[in-house]
Write a protein that binds this ligand. Structure first.
Ligand code: FES
Length: 182
């Protein structure tokens, strides 16, 4: 029985080369088309992923940089209008032979009650800026940093300080202790 060993199905033989005729549009041309369209999808996906990663990176960078920039660049200070006169507390807070420091606008002011007489001067030593205190046993304002001594009205007694303490006006209004610019 003669066998035709050379018989081959053209469709099965080499589909990539178009079978026997080499013109199988379903496998060859269709494959080409599929490749082309896959390339398009791949490119779009990469493009989308690139944009997504870029967007996320920008958000993360902004999240990191914002506090840094905010720390480096301080916010614009609100212009606070200074007052000429302020009720800083109660008169009872400064009993006879004592002194107490109050905040007056941006300044610190020491109010001294020297035997019933009130006076107020800057509480910032004119030497290097330490806060002063009232020394009742010596009747003077003292700076412990370098032993500057001032009278209760701010005049220099002794020490390294170049200037007297800036004077303020102080009065009692009812129970209130009121400081104003001298
Ligand atoms: S800072 Fe007051 S004496 Fe030096």
């Amino acid at each position: 029985m003669a066998q035709n060993s050379s018989f081959k199905s053209p469709g099965r033989l080499d589909p990539l080369q178009g079978g026997a005729s080499g013109k199988s549009p379903a496998s060859y041309d269709g494959g080409k088309l599929r490749d082309e369209s896959l390339k398009g999808i791949d490119f779009e996906r990469r493009n989308f992923l690139g944009k997504a990663v870029g967007g996320v990176g920008a958000v993360v960078a902004a999240g990191v940089l914002y506090p840094v920039v905010k720390y480096i660049i301080p916010p614009a200070e609100k212009e606070v209008k200074e007052k000429d006169e302020i009720v800083v507390g109660k008169a009872s807070e400064v009993p006879p032979d004592s002194g107490k420091i109050f905040q007056f606008n941006k300044d610190k002011v020491i109010v001294v009650n020297n035997g019933g007489t009130l006076s107020a001067v800057s509480a910032v030593c004119t030497h290097l800026g330490c806060l002063v205190q009232w020394k009742a046993d010596e009747d003077l304002i003292f700076c412990a940093c370098h032993s500057a001594r001032y009278e209760s009205n701010g005049k220099i007694i002794s020490g390294p300080q170049p200037l007297p303490l800036e004077p303020y006006a102080v009065r009692v209004d009812g129970d209130d202790l009121v400081i104003s610019k001298a």
